[in-house]
Design a protein around this ligand. Structure first.
Ligand SMILES: [Zn+2]
Ligand SMILES: [Zn+2]
Length: 92
């Protein structure tokens, strides 16, 4: 059974508030877009760190607050494809 990231597949709207100012955070994309595994040392280290929690079960997204500039990496749990076909199960 395939597991899907709800953000990558645009199946669910992100509703996470900024810890600093309380406004809603934007999804800037998956962490891989920010760290190229072949880039210099600093980024390489983060890559080896497993993309800060990037696993088969979690997709890590970069979240950004356009109001105060807060940025964070947030692991988003992947959901089974079968669950996604039943929107009632789509609880955060
Ligand atoms: Zn994702
Ligand atoms: Zn903020």
């Amino acid at each position: 059974m395939e597991k899907l990231c709800i953000l990558c597949n645009r199946l669910y709207k992100l509703e996470i508030n900024c810890p600093a100012c309380g406004r809603s955070l934007q999804d800037l994309g998956v962490v891989q877009d920010f760290y190229d595994p072949y880039s210099p040392y600093e980024d390489q280290r983060i890559y080896q760190d497993g993309y800060r929690g990037y696993t088969e079960d979690c997709c890590v997204h970069m979240l950004y607050c356009s109001d105060c500039g807060w940025q964070e990496f947030r692991p988003i749990k992947r959901l089974l494809e079968s669950l996604l076909l039943a929107p009632d199960h789509l609880q955060p």
